[in-house]
Structure formats: C-alpha cells, structure tokens
Design a protein around this ligand. Structure first.
Ligand code: NAD
Ligand code: WQD
Length: 338
C-alpha cells in the first residue's frame, strides 16, 4: 500500500528536496507549510521533477485544529518535521519567536500525532546543538552546549522527544543533526533561495558569481586552520534528502529512537569552497577578508559513522558537485521561484 508522509516545511529548501527523494522511493509526500520562508511555485517544479504535484496544505504546525483535521482527513504512515526557523542571528534577536515556532510547534505536532496514532517521526535537528565542540570529528555523544536560542530550541525538542519515546511504547523516532546542507537538485529546478541578504556561505557565493553582489566577505582568515578560514562539513542537499528516506525506512522497521549526525565527515574551508565554486562556474569570485563573525566556531565536522552503520547511507556527492549543482540552480533562477 502506498505510504503517505506528512512533510512539514516541505516547501522549503531541504523539505522540497526530500519530497523528490520520497517520491522516487515510492512514498507520497503531503506538504504542510505556512510559506513563511518559501514559495508555492516550488510545487510546479516538484511536478516537473517527479511527475506529480504533491498535495499542499497551507497552514501552521502550531494550529492544533488544523492538525487534528489533517490527521483525521488523511492517513499518514509517518511525519518528517522540517517546519521551523533557522537563522542563528535572528534567534538571538528574537528568542521567543524561535521557541514558539520550533519548540511549541514541535509539541503541537507530536501531540496531534499521538492523538491520531501516528508514531513515526523524523525530526530536523542541527549540529548547532553541539555549540563549540572540543574537537572534530564530532560524534553524537559529544557534549551538547548550544550557544544560541536556535541551537537551544533544537536541543529542547530533542530532549522532549526522548521523554515522549520513554513515556509511551511504540514511538519510532529519528533525530537528525544536519551539518551544512548546500547544493541543489541536478535538474536546477529547485534550490535554496534565502529571503534578503544570505547569512550562509553558499547562497552568498552564488549571488556573487551571478553578479547580484559585488564580492564575498570572508569572515576572518586568522583561525587555526590550514588556510586560516573557517572549516565546515558541507553535505549535498540531495544526499541529505536520501538520508531522510533511509532514516524513515529504518524508523519504520525498528521501534526505537535514534540520534544521528548527517554530514560527510570531511571539512572544507571557506577558501576551498571559493576555489571549488570558481571551478564549477568558470568565474573568478571576488572576495575580501573581513573580521571574524561573532559566534563563529573555527572548525567542525561530523563523525558520520553511526549514521552510516545504522542507515547504510552516507553522503557521497563531492564539494565540486555541490558547487556545480548550486551554480546551475542559481544561473537558471537568479530570483528564486519568482
Ligand atoms: P527553510 O526555511 O527553507 O524551510 C523551512 C520551511 O518551514 C519553510 O518553507 C517555512 O515556510 C516553513 N515553516 C516555518 N515555520 C513554520 C510553521 N510554524 N508552520 C509551517 N511551516 C513553517 O529551511 P531549511 O534549510 O529547509 O531547513 C529545514 C529544517 O532543517 C529546519 O527545521 C532547520 O532548522 C533545519 N536545519 C537546517 C539547516 C540548514 O543549514 N539549512 C541545518 C540544520 C538544520
Ligand atoms: C560557513 C562558513 C563562516 C558567510 C549555519 C548555522 C547552522 C546551520 C548551518 C541551521 C563559516 C563563513 C559565511 C559569509 C563567510 N543552519 N562565511 N562569509 O555558520 O557553519 O552554520 O548554517 O541549522 O545552525 O549556524 O554556516 O554558511 O553561515 O558559514 O566567510 O558571507 O563560511 O564564517 O566559516 P554555519 P555559514
């Protein structure tokens, strides 16, 4: 029987790519999204890629009545919960918005699932739960010391879902801690289009390469790394999407709660990303060295071995592939879906 999966935040960057991976694995994604950071025109793009337009429900995961209606109208085998706010700086400026959206929203969703008897949940967590790590690679049992309200909101939901799992037998839960998702689907039809000035490196690089921005400012080159610039574990968004399908299949076959790092286990510096993007785009990327960004961690990357062993999955697309796919998306969609 075809399995319907509720994908909250499914119109967003990672959610839309995961809808592609779900469809190709034979699942039927149903998107719930309030369009706070996405564009409904992604649905047509998903039709072009997968051959069918996913059912879309415009709404908020914090809306108890809506969720009760959704779960009574449809029969879902599981939920993948992407909906949330994700900007670290914004979370410092407006912590209550992050706790209301990310924490309260997750609690309303989990309650609606429990009331409806849907007990398989994949949750979007983040490597920011680790804060500044003592060392890399980072295993899942590394200390969790989030340094901002965003990271704390993710850790709070992880802890609550652990308590839920312990309180009621039958839950099947995967807490997935993403490192740095970048790239775009190979078709160039879907990708990342942040609203306003990008905080993150890859979308900013894309906008410089396409001429929307003059130059990249590199946030510091005096870190104790090989070339002095920050090091991160970049993972292709389609690898991440496929990792969600693997986690869903694992959850459906194992009545347990797993917490897994979704990264490649390889670090890349800002300058290495710049060089890879220049190879991908054939364009030189103007940059200047600026001051360190407050709150930045010098270097971190995942120990992905538990995810590899548990899910028989690993990120395999290279940094160059991430840049090639990002560039294709950026060139074809300089104004996103607009
Ligand atoms: P995104 O902003 O592109 O997607 C999030 C989607 O959720 C958007 O479409 C937005 O409209 C929707 N949304 C937000 N609040 C909602 C609510 N209350 N009700 C319904 N819909 C809501 O972000 P993304 O990069 O795709 O991230 C998806 C998830 O992964 C987020 O939870 C984020 O915290 C997490 N994550 C992202 C990254 C990253 O670097 N992108 C890294 C680690 C974790
Ligand atoms: C990467 C590197 C910067 C922009 C963030 C969130 C994290 C997660 C992923 C949600 C760093 C440098 C960046 C620029 C630069 N999101 N940089 N110039 O900070 O590792 O993680 O996104 O969960 O929560 O914190 O990613 O892309 O912002 O930065 O030099 O214009 O690029 O200093 O070394 P980050 P990023």
């Amino acid at each position: 029987m075809t399995q319907r999966v509720l994908v909250t935040g499914g119109a967003g960057f990672i959610g839309s790519h995961t809808c592609v991976a779900l469809a190709s694995a034979g699942y039927v994604p149903v998107i719930l999204d309030n369009l706070g950071n996405s564009d409904p025109r992604v649905l047509e793009r998903l039709r072009q890629i997968t051959g069918s337009t996913p059912k879309f429900i415009e709404g908020d995961v914090r809306d108890r009545a809506l969720l009760a209606r959704i779960f009574s109208d449809e029969s879902f085998s599981s939920v993948i919960h992407f909906a949330g706010l994700k900007a670290v700086g914004d979370s410092v400026a407006d912590p209550l918005a992050y706790y209301d959206n990310n924490v309260h929203g997750s609690f309303v969703l989990a309650s609606a699932m429990r009331d409806a008897g849907v007990n398989t949940l994949i949750f979007s967590s983040s490597a920011t739960v680790y804060g500044e790590p003592e060392s890399s690679p980072i295993p899942e049992d590394a200390p969790r010391r989030p340094a901002n309200p965003y990271g704390r909101s993710k850790l709070m939901v992880e802890e609550a879902l652990n308590d839920l799992y312990r309180s009621q037998p039958g839950w099947r839960i995967a807490l997935l801690r993403y490192f740095n998702p970048v790239g775009a689907h190979e078709s160039g039809l879907i990708g990342e289009h942040p609203q306003g000035k990008p905080n993150n490196l890859m979308p900013f690089v894309c906008q410089v390469a396409v001429g929307q921005r003059d130059r990249l400012q590199i946030h510091g080159n005096d870190y104790a790394t090989a070339d002095g610039t920050g090091v991160r574990d970049y993972i292709h968004v389609m690898d991440l999407a496929e990792g969600h399908v693997a986690a869903l299949k694992h959850a459906q076959n194992h009545g347990e709660l797993v917490t897994l790092n979704l990264g490649t286990g390889k670090g890349a510096s800002v300058l290495e990303v710049v060089q890879a993007f220049e190879r991908a785009s054939g364009r030189s990327l103007p940059y200047e060295i600026g001051p360190r960004r407050p709150g930045d961690v010098p270097a971190y990357w995942a120990d992905p071995s538990l995810a590899q062993a548990t899910l028989a999955w690993q990120g395999h697309r290279s940094l160059d592939q991430m840049c090639v796919d990002s560039w294709r998306w950026q060139q074809a969609n300089p104004r996103g879906y607009g």
